[in-house]
Design a protein around this ligand. Structure first.
Ligand code: NAD
Length: 485
Protein backbone atom coordinates (compact mmCIF):
# COMPACT_ATOMS: atom_id res chain seq x y z
CA UNK A 1 0.00 0.00 0.00
CA UNK A 2 1.58 3.26 -1.06
CA UNK A 3 2.20 6.00 1.48
CA UNK A 4 -0.23 8.37 -0.21
CA UNK A 5 -3.10 5.90 -0.10
CA UNK A 6 -2.66 5.49 3.70
CA UNK A 7 -2.77 9.28 4.04
CA UNK A 8 -5.87 9.45 1.80
CA UNK A 9 -7.60 6.66 3.74
CA UNK A 10 -7.06 8.50 7.02
CA UNK A 11 -8.63 11.65 5.58
CA UNK A 12 -11.67 9.68 4.39
CA UNK A 13 -12.40 8.02 7.74
CA UNK A 14 -15.86 8.88 9.03
CA UNK A 15 -16.04 11.00 12.14
CA UNK A 16 -18.37 13.39 13.87
CA UNK A 17 -15.99 15.54 15.86
CA UNK A 18 -13.47 18.29 15.19
CA UNK A 19 -11.09 18.23 12.25
CA UNK A 20 -7.65 17.17 13.48
CA UNK A 21 -4.59 18.18 11.44
CA UNK A 22 -1.65 15.76 11.07
CA UNK A 23 1.60 17.74 11.14
CA UNK A 24 5.07 16.68 9.96
CA UNK A 25 7.16 17.63 13.03
CA UNK A 26 10.34 18.00 10.97
CA UNK A 27 8.86 20.65 8.65
CA UNK A 28 5.74 21.90 10.49
CA UNK A 29 3.79 21.27 7.26
CA UNK A 30 0.35 19.69 7.35
CA UNK A 31 0.35 16.13 5.95
CA UNK A 32 -3.41 15.69 6.02
CA UNK A 33 -6.39 16.05 8.35
CA UNK A 34 -9.16 13.79 9.61
CA UNK A 35 -12.27 14.00 11.74
CA UNK A 36 -12.19 13.05 15.41
CA UNK A 37 -14.08 9.73 15.55
CA UNK A 38 -15.95 10.89 18.63
CA UNK A 39 -17.93 8.94 21.25
CA UNK A 40 -20.49 7.65 18.69
CA UNK A 41 -17.75 5.80 16.81
CA UNK A 42 -16.56 4.33 20.12
CA UNK A 43 -20.08 3.06 20.86
CA UNK A 44 -20.23 1.42 17.44
CA UNK A 45 -16.74 -0.06 17.78
CA UNK A 46 -17.53 -1.48 21.24
CA UNK A 47 -20.78 -2.97 19.89
CA UNK A 48 -18.86 -4.61 17.01
CA UNK A 49 -16.20 -5.92 19.40
CA UNK A 50 -18.85 -7.29 21.78
CA UNK A 51 -20.77 -9.00 18.97
CA UNK A 52 -17.57 -10.56 17.61
CA UNK A 53 -16.57 -11.73 21.08
CA UNK A 54 -19.95 -13.24 21.86
CA UNK A 55 -20.19 -14.96 18.48
CA UNK A 56 -17.05 -16.97 19.29
CA UNK A 57 -15.64 -16.23 15.84
CA UNK A 58 -12.19 -15.70 17.37
CA UNK A 59 -12.42 -17.20 20.86
CA UNK A 60 -13.77 -20.57 19.72
CA UNK A 61 -11.32 -21.38 16.96
CA UNK A 62 -8.51 -23.80 17.86
CA UNK A 63 -5.60 -22.03 19.54
CA UNK A 64 -3.15 -23.25 16.89
CA UNK A 65 -5.32 -21.63 14.24
CA UNK A 66 -5.19 -18.33 16.14
CA UNK A 67 -1.44 -18.71 16.37
CA UNK A 68 -1.19 -19.09 12.59
CA UNK A 69 -3.12 -15.84 12.06
CA UNK A 70 -0.84 -13.98 14.47
CA UNK A 71 2.23 -15.41 12.76
CA UNK A 72 0.89 -14.36 9.38
CA UNK A 73 0.28 -10.86 10.69
CA UNK A 74 3.91 -10.72 11.82
CA UNK A 75 5.00 -11.72 8.31
CA UNK A 76 2.73 -9.11 6.73
CA UNK A 77 4.24 -6.40 8.95
CA UNK A 78 7.69 -7.52 7.79
CA UNK A 79 6.56 -7.38 4.17
CA UNK A 80 5.35 -3.82 4.71
CA UNK A 81 8.28 -2.78 6.92
CA UNK A 82 9.49 -0.13 4.48
CA UNK A 83 6.08 1.57 4.32
CA UNK A 84 5.66 1.40 8.09
CA UNK A 85 9.10 2.97 8.57
CA UNK A 86 8.21 5.75 6.12
CA UNK A 87 4.90 6.38 7.91
CA UNK A 88 6.57 6.51 11.34
CA UNK A 89 9.25 8.85 9.98
CA UNK A 90 6.67 11.17 8.48
CA UNK A 91 4.35 11.16 11.49
CA UNK A 92 6.83 11.15 14.38
CA UNK A 93 9.83 12.70 12.58
CA UNK A 94 12.08 9.69 13.15
CA UNK A 95 15.28 9.32 11.09
CA UNK A 96 14.72 6.42 8.65
CA UNK A 97 17.32 4.12 10.27
CA UNK A 98 15.70 4.53 13.68
CA UNK A 99 12.21 3.97 12.27
CA UNK A 100 13.39 0.82 10.45
CA UNK A 101 15.01 -0.49 13.62
CA UNK A 102 11.83 0.01 15.65
CA UNK A 103 9.55 -1.45 12.96
CA UNK A 104 11.78 -4.55 12.82
CA UNK A 105 10.81 -5.31 16.45
CA UNK A 106 7.07 -4.89 15.81
CA UNK A 107 6.39 -8.02 13.74
CA UNK A 108 8.08 -10.02 16.48
CA UNK A 109 5.33 -9.14 18.97
CA UNK A 110 2.93 -11.20 16.84
CA UNK A 111 5.31 -14.13 16.42
CA UNK A 112 6.18 -14.08 20.12
CA UNK A 113 2.53 -14.06 21.21
CA UNK A 114 1.60 -16.60 18.51
CA UNK A 115 3.66 -19.02 20.62
CA UNK A 116 1.58 -18.32 23.73
CA UNK A 117 -1.79 -19.07 22.04
CA UNK A 118 -1.35 -22.82 22.61
CA UNK A 119 0.11 -22.45 26.10
CA UNK A 120 -2.62 -20.70 28.05
CA UNK A 121 -3.11 -23.07 30.97
CA UNK A 122 -4.17 -22.95 34.58
CA UNK A 123 -2.93 -24.91 37.59
CA UNK A 124 -4.43 -27.89 39.35
CA UNK A 125 -4.71 -28.45 43.09
CA UNK A 126 -5.49 -31.55 45.11
CA UNK A 127 -7.36 -30.34 48.18
CA UNK A 128 -8.19 -32.41 51.24
CA UNK A 129 -10.45 -31.00 53.91
CA UNK A 130 -11.50 -32.31 57.23
CA UNK A 131 -15.05 -31.63 58.29
CA UNK A 132 -16.64 -31.36 54.84
CA UNK A 133 -20.40 -30.79 54.60
CA UNK A 134 -21.43 -34.41 54.05
CA UNK A 135 -18.54 -36.25 55.54
CA UNK A 136 -15.75 -35.80 57.98
CA UNK A 137 -13.15 -35.91 55.25
CA UNK A 138 -13.56 -34.63 51.68
CA UNK A 139 -11.32 -34.64 48.65
CA UNK A 140 -11.50 -32.11 45.87
CA UNK A 141 -9.86 -31.59 42.54
CA UNK A 142 -9.60 -27.82 42.03
CA UNK A 143 -8.16 -26.11 38.99
CA UNK A 144 -7.78 -22.65 37.55
CA UNK A 145 -9.15 -21.83 34.16
CA UNK A 146 -7.92 -18.81 32.16
CA UNK A 147 -10.53 -16.80 30.29
CA UNK A 148 -10.20 -13.69 28.11
CA UNK A 149 -11.49 -10.42 29.52
CA UNK A 150 -13.80 -9.98 26.54
CA UNK A 151 -13.83 -6.47 25.09
CA UNK A 152 -10.71 -4.49 25.95
CA UNK A 153 -9.71 -0.89 25.23
CA UNK A 154 -6.15 -0.28 24.02
CA UNK A 155 -4.92 3.33 24.16
CA UNK A 156 -1.38 4.36 23.20
CA UNK A 157 0.80 7.48 22.74
CA UNK A 158 2.69 9.08 19.86
CA UNK A 159 6.30 8.41 20.77
CA UNK A 160 6.52 4.99 19.09
CA UNK A 161 3.14 4.53 17.45
CA UNK A 162 3.46 1.16 15.71
CA UNK A 163 5.54 -0.34 18.52
CA UNK A 164 2.99 0.69 21.14
CA UNK A 165 0.11 -0.62 19.01
CA UNK A 166 1.73 -4.02 18.47
CA UNK A 167 2.71 -4.36 22.15
CA UNK A 168 -1.02 -4.29 22.97
CA UNK A 169 -2.82 -5.75 19.94
CA UNK A 170 -0.64 -8.91 19.82
CA UNK A 171 -1.28 -10.17 23.39
CA UNK A 172 -4.94 -9.09 23.25
CA UNK A 173 -5.41 -11.20 20.10
CA UNK A 174 -3.44 -14.12 21.54
CA UNK A 175 -5.66 -14.08 24.64
CA UNK A 176 -8.64 -14.03 22.20
CA UNK A 177 -10.01 -10.73 23.43
CA UNK A 178 -11.83 -8.34 21.11
CA UNK A 179 -10.56 -4.79 21.22
CA UNK A 180 -11.15 -1.13 20.53
CA UNK A 181 -7.82 0.49 19.75
CA UNK A 182 -7.04 4.20 19.95
CA UNK A 183 -3.78 5.62 18.59
CA UNK A 184 -2.58 9.09 19.60
CA UNK A 185 -4.22 11.83 17.56
CA UNK A 186 -0.77 13.24 16.67
CA UNK A 187 0.43 10.03 14.98
CA UNK A 188 -2.43 8.03 13.48
CA UNK A 189 -0.89 6.96 10.15
CA UNK A 190 0.66 3.58 10.98
CA UNK A 191 -2.64 2.47 12.57
CA UNK A 192 -4.40 2.80 9.21
CA UNK A 193 -2.00 0.34 7.58
CA UNK A 194 -1.95 -1.98 10.60
CA UNK A 195 -5.76 -2.13 10.57
CA UNK A 196 -5.67 -3.30 6.93
CA UNK A 197 -3.04 -5.97 7.60
CA UNK A 198 -4.95 -7.31 10.62
CA UNK A 199 -7.91 -8.02 8.30
CA UNK A 200 -5.62 -9.42 5.59
CA UNK A 201 -4.03 -11.84 8.08
CA UNK A 202 -7.44 -13.37 8.77
CA UNK A 203 -8.51 -11.77 12.04
CA UNK A 204 -12.32 -11.87 11.74
CA UNK A 205 -14.33 -8.69 11.32
CA UNK A 206 -15.13 -6.86 14.53
CA UNK A 207 -12.36 -8.45 16.60
CA UNK A 208 -9.94 -5.50 16.40
CA UNK A 209 -11.51 -2.07 15.85
CA UNK A 210 -9.55 1.16 15.49
CA UNK A 211 -11.05 4.51 16.47
CA UNK A 212 -8.94 7.56 15.80
CA UNK A 213 -9.62 10.70 17.76
CA UNK A 214 -8.72 12.86 20.72
CA UNK A 215 -8.07 11.46 24.17
CA UNK A 216 -10.71 13.62 25.78
CA UNK A 217 -13.39 12.39 23.34
CA UNK A 218 -12.67 8.95 21.88
CA UNK A 219 -10.23 7.91 24.63
CA UNK A 220 -12.48 8.95 27.49
CA UNK A 221 -15.47 7.22 25.83
CA UNK A 222 -13.53 3.94 25.75
CA UNK A 223 -12.54 4.15 29.40
CA UNK A 224 -16.08 5.01 30.52
CA UNK A 225 -17.86 2.40 28.38
CA UNK A 226 -19.71 -0.20 30.47
CA UNK A 227 -19.05 -3.00 27.95
CA UNK A 228 -15.27 -2.54 28.04
CA UNK A 229 -13.95 -4.90 30.71
CA UNK A 230 -10.33 -3.82 30.71
CA UNK A 231 -8.20 -0.91 29.54
CA UNK A 232 -4.52 -1.21 28.66
CA UNK A 233 -3.02 2.26 28.49
CA UNK A 234 0.38 3.68 27.67
CA UNK A 235 0.86 7.41 28.21
CA UNK A 236 1.41 10.04 30.84
CA UNK A 237 0.97 9.48 34.57
CA UNK A 238 -1.57 12.31 34.69
CA UNK A 239 -3.85 10.70 32.07
CA UNK A 240 -3.21 7.26 33.63
CA UNK A 241 -4.79 8.56 36.84
CA UNK A 242 -7.77 9.95 34.92
CA UNK A 243 -8.22 6.57 33.25
CA UNK A 244 -8.27 4.81 36.60
CA UNK A 245 -10.89 7.24 37.87
CA UNK A 246 -12.93 6.93 34.69
CA UNK A 247 -12.78 3.13 34.86
CA UNK A 248 -14.10 3.01 38.39
CA UNK A 249 -17.81 2.91 37.53
CA UNK A 250 -17.78 -0.66 36.26
CA UNK A 251 -14.50 -1.51 38.03
CA UNK A 252 -12.64 -2.03 34.77
CA UNK A 253 -9.30 -3.69 35.14
CA UNK A 254 -6.45 -1.42 34.07
CA UNK A 255 -2.88 -1.91 32.98
CA UNK A 256 -0.92 1.35 32.98
CA UNK A 257 2.46 1.99 31.36
CA UNK A 258 3.24 5.55 32.40
CA UNK A 259 5.92 8.18 32.63
CA UNK A 260 9.36 8.11 34.16
CA UNK A 261 12.24 10.18 35.50
CA UNK A 262 14.78 7.40 35.30
CA UNK A 263 18.11 7.57 37.11
CA UNK A 264 21.49 6.54 35.68
CA UNK A 265 24.32 5.91 38.17
CA UNK A 266 27.89 6.14 36.88
CA UNK A 267 30.69 4.96 39.19
CA UNK A 268 34.38 5.76 38.81
CA UNK A 269 35.19 2.09 38.17
CA UNK A 270 32.82 1.89 35.17
CA UNK A 271 33.83 1.58 31.53
CA UNK A 272 33.48 5.37 31.34
CA UNK A 273 33.56 5.74 27.55
CA UNK A 274 30.72 3.24 27.23
CA UNK A 275 28.78 4.74 30.15
CA UNK A 276 29.10 8.28 28.76
CA UNK A 277 28.01 7.16 25.28
CA UNK A 278 25.03 5.16 26.54
CA UNK A 279 23.94 7.78 29.09
CA UNK A 280 23.98 10.33 26.23
CA UNK A 281 22.02 8.18 23.80
CA UNK A 282 19.79 7.07 26.68
CA UNK A 283 18.42 10.62 26.94
CA UNK A 284 19.00 12.25 23.55
CA UNK A 285 17.67 9.47 21.28
CA UNK A 286 14.31 10.44 19.75
CA UNK A 287 14.86 13.82 21.45
CA UNK A 288 14.22 12.28 24.87
CA UNK A 289 10.69 11.19 23.94
CA UNK A 290 11.11 7.71 25.37
CA UNK A 291 9.48 6.59 28.59
CA UNK A 292 12.68 4.85 29.78
CA UNK A 293 15.01 7.75 28.91
CA UNK A 294 17.58 8.36 31.66
CA UNK A 295 16.87 12.01 32.48
CA UNK A 296 18.69 12.10 35.84
CA UNK A 297 22.36 11.12 35.78
CA UNK A 298 24.31 10.72 39.05
CA UNK A 299 28.11 10.52 38.81
CA UNK A 300 30.72 9.56 41.41
CA UNK A 301 32.49 12.80 42.32
CA UNK A 302 35.99 11.74 41.17
CA UNK A 303 34.79 11.39 37.54
CA UNK A 304 31.98 13.97 37.63
CA UNK A 305 33.69 16.66 35.50
CA UNK A 306 34.73 14.12 32.89
CA UNK A 307 31.22 12.65 32.54
CA UNK A 308 29.53 16.08 32.36
CA UNK A 309 31.97 17.20 29.65
CA UNK A 310 31.58 13.90 27.77
CA UNK A 311 27.77 13.95 27.69
CA UNK A 312 27.74 17.64 26.72
CA UNK A 313 30.20 16.98 23.89
CA UNK A 314 28.14 14.10 22.50
CA UNK A 315 24.96 16.19 22.74
CA UNK A 316 26.66 19.06 20.92
CA UNK A 317 27.76 16.79 18.08
CA UNK A 318 24.54 14.88 17.45
CA UNK A 319 23.02 15.85 14.11
CA UNK A 320 19.37 16.84 14.47
CA UNK A 321 17.05 16.53 11.51
CA UNK A 322 14.02 14.99 9.92
CA UNK A 323 13.77 11.97 7.66
CA UNK A 324 14.81 13.98 4.60
CA UNK A 325 17.86 15.61 6.23
CA UNK A 326 21.11 13.88 5.27
CA UNK A 327 22.92 12.29 8.23
CA UNK A 328 20.24 13.17 10.79
CA UNK A 329 20.51 11.09 13.97
CA UNK A 330 18.04 12.80 16.29
CA UNK A 331 14.39 13.46 15.48
CA UNK A 332 12.36 16.56 16.34
CA UNK A 333 9.85 16.79 19.16
CA UNK A 334 6.45 15.61 18.03
CA UNK A 335 4.51 18.88 18.15
CA UNK A 336 4.54 22.59 18.91
CA UNK A 337 2.83 21.71 22.21
CA UNK A 338 5.65 19.35 23.18
CA UNK A 339 8.28 21.89 22.10
CA UNK A 340 6.65 24.60 24.23
CA UNK A 341 6.47 22.23 27.18
CA UNK A 342 10.19 21.33 26.99
CA UNK A 343 11.30 24.96 26.46
CA UNK A 344 9.08 25.89 29.43
CA UNK A 345 11.08 23.57 31.69
CA UNK A 346 14.41 24.90 30.37
CA UNK A 347 13.32 28.53 30.86
CA UNK A 348 12.06 27.75 34.37
CA UNK A 349 15.43 26.11 35.11
CA UNK A 350 17.24 29.28 33.99
CA UNK A 351 15.04 31.37 36.31
CA UNK A 352 15.87 28.95 39.15
CA UNK A 353 19.59 29.56 38.50
CA UNK A 354 20.66 26.16 37.10
CA UNK A 355 23.71 25.93 34.86
CA UNK A 356 22.97 25.05 31.23
CA UNK A 357 26.23 23.33 30.24
CA UNK A 358 25.19 22.74 26.63
CA UNK A 359 22.11 23.16 24.42
CA UNK A 360 19.09 24.83 25.99
CA UNK A 361 17.72 26.40 22.83
CA UNK A 362 15.45 25.73 19.86
CA UNK A 363 17.16 25.30 16.48
CA UNK A 364 16.77 28.24 14.12
CA UNK A 365 14.95 26.27 11.40
CA UNK A 366 11.55 24.82 10.63
CA UNK A 367 10.63 21.80 12.73
CA UNK A 368 10.33 21.22 16.46
CA UNK A 369 14.03 20.78 17.25
CA UNK A 370 15.63 21.47 20.62
CA UNK A 371 19.38 21.09 20.99
CA UNK A 372 20.36 18.27 23.42
CA UNK A 373 20.59 20.00 26.77
CA UNK A 374 22.84 19.23 29.75
CA UNK A 375 21.95 20.86 33.06
CA UNK A 376 23.91 20.96 36.33
CA UNK A 377 23.49 22.83 39.60
CA UNK A 378 19.84 21.88 40.18
CA UNK A 379 18.32 21.93 43.64
CA UNK A 380 16.99 18.36 43.94
CA UNK A 381 14.39 19.37 46.51
CA UNK A 382 12.71 22.15 44.55
CA UNK A 383 13.67 22.06 40.86
CA UNK A 384 10.69 21.15 38.65
CA UNK A 385 13.08 20.50 35.80
CA UNK A 386 14.75 17.85 37.96
CA UNK A 387 11.65 16.35 39.55
CA UNK A 388 9.06 16.25 36.74
CA UNK A 389 9.01 14.20 33.55
CA UNK A 390 9.99 16.53 30.69
CA UNK A 391 9.89 14.02 27.79
CA UNK A 392 12.50 16.00 25.90
CA UNK A 393 16.29 16.03 25.31
CA UNK A 394 17.14 17.42 28.74
CA UNK A 395 19.37 15.69 31.29
CA UNK A 396 20.33 16.85 34.77
CA UNK A 397 23.64 15.65 36.20
CA UNK A 398 24.54 15.60 39.92
CA UNK A 399 27.59 14.25 41.78
CA UNK A 400 27.50 11.62 44.58
CA UNK A 401 30.06 10.31 47.05
CA UNK A 402 28.92 6.80 48.01
CA UNK A 403 26.37 4.05 47.33
CA UNK A 404 23.89 5.18 49.97
CA UNK A 405 23.82 8.73 48.69
CA UNK A 406 23.48 7.58 45.07
CA UNK A 407 20.62 5.19 45.87
CA UNK A 408 18.82 7.76 48.03
CA UNK A 409 18.96 10.38 45.25
CA UNK A 410 17.97 7.88 42.56
CA UNK A 411 14.96 6.68 44.56
CA UNK A 412 13.83 10.16 45.61
CA UNK A 413 11.12 10.38 42.94
CA UNK A 414 7.46 9.51 42.54
CA UNK A 415 8.37 7.61 39.36
CA UNK A 416 9.87 4.11 39.12
CA UNK A 417 10.04 3.03 35.50
CA UNK A 418 13.70 2.23 34.75
CA UNK A 419 17.12 2.67 36.35
CA UNK A 420 20.69 2.01 35.20
CA UNK A 421 23.98 1.47 37.01
CA UNK A 422 27.40 1.55 35.41
CA UNK A 423 30.07 -0.13 37.57
CA UNK A 424 32.51 -3.01 37.15
CA UNK A 425 32.11 -4.02 40.80
CA UNK A 426 29.94 -7.13 40.41
CA UNK A 427 28.60 -7.27 43.95
CA UNK A 428 27.77 -3.58 43.94
CA UNK A 429 25.98 -3.92 40.60
CA UNK A 430 23.73 -6.73 41.86
CA UNK A 431 23.07 -4.93 45.12
CA UNK A 432 22.00 -1.87 43.14
CA UNK A 433 19.76 -4.15 41.07
CA UNK A 434 17.84 -4.85 44.26
CA UNK A 435 18.01 -1.42 45.89
CA UNK A 436 16.92 0.75 42.96
CA UNK A 437 13.15 1.27 43.06
CA UNK A 438 12.25 0.72 39.42
CA UNK A 439 10.39 -1.89 37.42
CA UNK A 440 13.42 -2.39 35.17
CA UNK A 441 17.09 -2.06 36.13
CA UNK A 442 19.97 -2.18 33.66
CA UNK A 443 23.37 -3.21 35.03
CA UNK A 444 26.03 -1.98 32.57
CA UNK A 445 23.40 -1.74 29.84
CA UNK A 446 20.75 0.78 28.91
CA UNK A 447 17.75 0.88 26.53
CA UNK A 448 17.59 -2.93 26.42
CA UNK A 449 14.32 -4.74 25.79
CA UNK A 450 13.09 -8.12 24.62
CA UNK A 451 9.56 -9.35 23.89
CA UNK A 452 10.05 -12.12 26.45
CA UNK A 453 11.11 -9.95 29.40
CA UNK A 454 8.40 -8.16 31.44
CA UNK A 455 8.27 -4.39 30.99
CA UNK A 456 6.55 -1.96 33.33
CA UNK A 457 7.02 0.48 36.15
CA UNK A 458 6.90 0.79 39.92
CA UNK A 459 5.34 3.64 41.88
CA UNK A 460 3.59 6.21 39.67
CA UNK A 461 5.19 4.77 36.52
CA UNK A 462 2.53 2.14 36.13
CA UNK A 463 0.44 -0.81 37.09
CA UNK A 464 0.97 -4.30 35.69
CA UNK A 465 3.41 -5.47 33.03
CA UNK A 466 3.59 -5.82 29.28
CA UNK A 467 5.72 -8.29 27.29
CA UNK A 468 6.49 -11.87 28.29
CA UNK A 469 3.93 -14.15 29.92
CA UNK A 470 2.79 -11.26 32.16
CA UNK A 471 1.89 -9.45 28.94
CA UNK A 472 -0.71 -12.02 27.89
CA UNK A 473 -1.84 -12.76 31.45
CA UNK A 474 -2.91 -9.10 31.62
CA UNK A 475 -5.71 -9.96 29.14
CA UNK A 476 -6.86 -13.08 31.01
CA UNK A 477 -8.94 -13.58 34.10
CA UNK A 478 -8.57 -16.56 36.41
CA UNK A 479 -11.50 -18.73 37.42
CA UNK A 480 -11.16 -21.37 40.17
CA UNK A 481 -13.23 -24.51 39.55
CA UNK A 482 -13.83 -27.07 42.28
CA UNK A 483 -14.88 -30.65 41.78
CA UNK A 484 -15.77 -32.85 44.75
CA UNK A 485 -14.23 -36.28 44.45
P1 NAD B 1 -0.94 11.19 26.99
O1 NAD B 1 -1.18 10.54 28.28
O2 NAD B 1 -1.27 12.61 26.82
O3 NAD B 1 -1.71 10.42 25.80
C1 NAD B 1 -1.57 9.04 25.59
C2 NAD B 1 -2.81 8.50 24.91
O4 NAD B 1 -3.92 8.70 25.77
C3 NAD B 1 -3.18 9.22 23.61
O5 NAD B 1 -3.75 8.28 22.71
C4 NAD B 1 -4.24 10.22 24.05
O6 NAD B 1 -5.12 10.60 23.03
C5 NAD B 1 -4.97 9.41 25.11
N1 NAD B 1 -5.69 10.20 26.10
C6 NAD B 1 -5.45 11.48 26.50
N2 NAD B 1 -6.36 11.86 27.42
C7 NAD B 1 -7.19 10.80 27.61
C8 NAD B 1 -8.33 10.57 28.45
N3 NAD B 1 -8.78 11.49 29.26
N4 NAD B 1 -8.91 9.36 28.40
C9 NAD B 1 -8.45 8.38 27.60
N5 NAD B 1 -7.39 8.55 26.76
C10 NAD B 1 -6.76 9.75 26.78
O7 NAD B 1 0.60 10.91 26.71
P2 NAD B 1 1.46 11.43 25.50
O8 NAD B 1 1.83 12.84 25.75
O9 NAD B 1 0.78 11.08 24.23
O10 NAD B 1 2.74 10.47 25.61
C11 NAD B 1 3.80 10.75 26.42
C12 NAD B 1 3.70 10.03 27.76
O11 NAD B 1 3.61 8.62 27.56
C13 NAD B 1 4.90 10.23 28.61
O12 NAD B 1 4.51 10.49 29.93
C14 NAD B 1 5.63 8.90 28.54
O13 NAD B 1 6.48 8.63 29.61
C15 NAD B 1 4.51 7.95 28.43
N6 NAD B 1 4.93 6.66 27.85
C16 NAD B 1 5.06 5.58 28.69
C17 NAD B 1 5.51 4.36 28.19
C18 NAD B 1 5.66 3.16 29.10
O14 NAD B 1 5.70 2.05 28.58
N7 NAD B 1 5.73 3.31 30.41
C19 NAD B 1 5.81 4.24 26.84
C20 NAD B 1 5.67 5.35 26.02
C21 NAD B 1 5.22 6.56 26.54
Amino acid sequence: MALQSVIDDLAKRPGTGEVIPVIDPATEEQITEFRDAGPEAVDEAVARAKAAYQSGVWTDIPARQRAKVLWKLGDLIDEHAKEFAELESLDAGMPPAQAEMIVSTCAEFFRYYAGWCTKINGNSYQVQMEGGVNSTHANFHAYTHKEPYGVVGLIYPWNGPLFNACAKVAPALAASCSSVVKPAEETPLSAVLLEKLIAQAGVPDGVTNFVIGYGATAGAAITAHPDVEKVAFTGSTEVGKQIMRNSADNLKKVTLELGGKSPVLIYDDADLDMAIMMASMGIFVHSGQGCVCGSRVFVQRSVYERVVAGIAMIGDNLVLGGPKDEGAMISPLVSQKQLDRVMGYIDQGRKDGVEIVSGGYRLDRKGYFIKPTVVTGVDPATSRLYREEIFGPVVTILPFDDDDEAVAMANDTSYGLAATAWTTNLARAHNLGKRLQAGMVGLNCQLTFDHNVPFGGYKQSGLGKEFGYEGIDAYLKTKSIWAAL
